[in-house]
Design a protein around this ligand. Structure first.
Ligand SMILES: [Zn+2]
Length: 311
């Protein structure tokens, strides 16, 4: 778990920007890219699948503009949102649930049961931290607005929570479409859900896979590594990560190798600088040169704070 005071250190690394444009990555499957750049909080990627009884939306972002992009997509498609699948409880993946629920009251939300534990643990600590920081007089206006927006998401309570609990990996029919939902426990969070569409062989991995670097804020790194080995056994052709561009199988193999090497270097007490250089070498073209500086800042923080112990 991330210590409270470090949460805003990471928050300060990210920058607000308009959501990216939607693109069709396979027949009837659309990616609404989440923004993840230096200077403000990120939005996770959203994937929209066309289904017989409406749209299936995987993750809803954090900022209102990202949720609005989902609603605009549904309006253009003239389809209701029939289901949301949340890959995990981080606010950049479920913060838009309430807004989508209000616009599409028939929606059913699928997720693991991990949000409930987070609401009394990590997210309760996060709320206390935000309230404490907002009570201080020395906060600048932008930081205060960002913190109030985070509290506004937490205040949504049950509107964030699932209607259908994913308790094990297995086939599911959602909105009339045959899918596989996978569950990994104590990997990135206590309950990470992935979605595989057999018809198109698209795998939506959530934050089990992220670029430009893995994001271990609430993770158990070695169990996470084992979860990546299970993903490799899924017969996918394309993998949509929680942050970053769509990957091929070959790209994912490179990611797994780089991930394993990163954990090994951190466990061997290599410096955070050496770990970052090793990561950028191993990951190669999957992190373009103009993102190297951002990747180094992130790993400089994560290696020392979250990857050393590999608990
Ligand atoms: Zn995320």
């Amino acid at each position: 778990m991330m210590p409270r005071k470090t949460i805003l250190v990471v928050m300060a690394m990210f920058a607000a920007a308009a959501p990216g444009r939607a693109g069709e990555i396979a027949d009837g499957i659309h990616l609404l890219p989440g923004r993840f750049v230096q200077g403000s909080q990120p939005d996770g990627n959203t994937v929209v699948l066309e289904a017989p009884s409406g749209l299936i939306v995987v993750d809803t972002g954090r900022h209102p503009a990202h949720a609005q992009a989902i609603l605009d997509f549904a309006a253009r498609a003239r389809r209701p949102v029939a289901a949301i699948v949340n890959t995990h409880w981080h606010l950049d993946h479920l913060g838009g649930n309430p807004r989508v629920r209000r616009a599409h009251p028939g929606v059913r939300v699928w997720a693991s049961d991990a949000l409930a534990g987070a609401m009394t643990g990590f997210l309760a600590d996060y709320r206390a931290h935000l309230e404490g920081a907002l009570a201080r007089a020395d906060l600048d206006t932008l930081a205060a607005a960002t913190m109030r927006a985070e509290l506004a998401i937490l205040d949504q309570g049950d509107a964030l929570a699932p209607d259908e609990i994913v308790a094990a990996t297995g086939a599911r029919t959602i909105a009339g479409r045959e899918l596989v939902l996978g569950l990994e426990t104590r990997a990135v969070t206590d309950g990470d859900v992935w979605l595989f569409d057999p018809a198109t062989r698209v795998l939506v991995a959530g934050d089990l896979v992220t670029l430009p670097v893995p994001l271990p804020d609430t993770a158990c790194p070695r169990r996470w590594q084992a979860a990546l080995a299970r993903l490799a056994e899924v017969d996918f052709a394309l993998l949509v990560p929680g942050h970053g561009p769509v990957l091929t199988r070959e790209d994912f193999a490179r990611y797994r190798t780089a991930f394993g090497n990163l954990l090994d270097r951190a466990a061997a007490d290599s410096s955070s600088t050496a770990c970052a250089e090793g990561w950028l070498h191993d990951i190669g073209p999957l992190v373009p040169a103009d993102e190297h500086a951002f990747a180094r800042i992130l790993l400089d923080y994560y290696v020392d704070n979250h990857l050393r112990t590999g608990r």
